[in-house]
Design a protein around this ligand. Sequence first.
Ligand SMILES: Nc1ncnc2c1ncn2[C@@H]1O[C@H](COP(=O)(O)OP(=O)(O)OP(=O)(O)O)[C@@H](O)[C@H]1O
Ligand SMILES: CC(C)(CO)[C@@H](O)C(=O)NCCC(=O)O
Ligand SMILES: [K+]
Length: 257
Amino acid sequence: MLLCIDCGNTNTVFALWRDGAFLSTWRIATQHQRTADEYYTWLTQLMDLRGIYGDITEVIISSTVPRVVFNLRVLCDRYFECRPSVVGRPDCRLPVPPRVEEGVRPGPDRLANAAGAFDRHGGDVVVVDFGTATNFDVVAEDGAYVGGVIAPGVNLSLEALHQGAAALPHVDVSRPPKVIGTNTVGCIQSGVFWGYIGLVDGILRRIRDEYGRPMRAIGTGGLAPLFATGETLFDTIEDDLTIHGLTVIQRYNKDTS
Ligand SMILES: Nc1ncnc2c1ncn2[C@@H]1O[C@H](COP(=O)(O)OP(=O)(O)OP(=O)(O)O)[C@@H](O)[C@H]1O
Ligand SMILES: CC(C)(CO)[C@@H](O)C(=O)NCCC(=O)O
Ligand SMILES: [K+]
């Protein structure tokens, strides 16, 4: 059984994959202080609850937070007796290497998104990932990650407004019924919701102009469905794209080892 671990700056997703399908996925806040023993007790309890038995024999990790990798390696070594593949490290090969400026280390989540998108759709794709950041990952015709855009995430923007303006409360993102807010919360929701619709629409348009060939757009990340309601921003929404990409990278490393 393969365990895929996708550590974002806010949340970490664990997903178990066997016989070509995900058995279950679980989410935990990303904290570098978490020990291998804590991960293990948490994970095995959830596996028990779901009635998932069998040994974890392989692990692949994507981490945008370098510090958490240490304890995840300990987890693999102590409890699963394996060495994890860590995306972005030299010994974890990618099906298609990225084409970026020399010395640039693209986020491993973006490399996984590219591998997942290419596997499902072929190239000429842009992935829009709504996580801590809202990032756009451009995948060329041959499947190479070639760059993109990093914008502040939706929840970060809301938090920044609350932090920076004494009279503005913390607000959760939602789609307001109107653009012209008639109370403070409505005004903030409008600014962030319609602001991001404009951001995504405008950046996708400019990416397509610059790229010069037709491109599919795939939405992923927790907030993608919210921004897709009633809009035609994305061709598809695939909330498992990053972890799917991890299975693709792992399979590639096994097949070519
Ligand atoms: N309908 C919703 N309304 C408000 N928040 C939502 C909704 N659906 C998901 N979220 C939140 O959106 C956030 C983005 O989800 P996602 O899992 O893609 O990113 P993340 O885990 O927060 O970021 P990262 O991957 O960078 O750690 C999450 O905090 C999630 O709880
Ligand atoms: C942009 C984020 C924060 C999105 O999770 C992550 O992919 C990251 O830390 N990237 C490193 C820089 C880069 O991708 O060019
Ligand atoms: K993510």
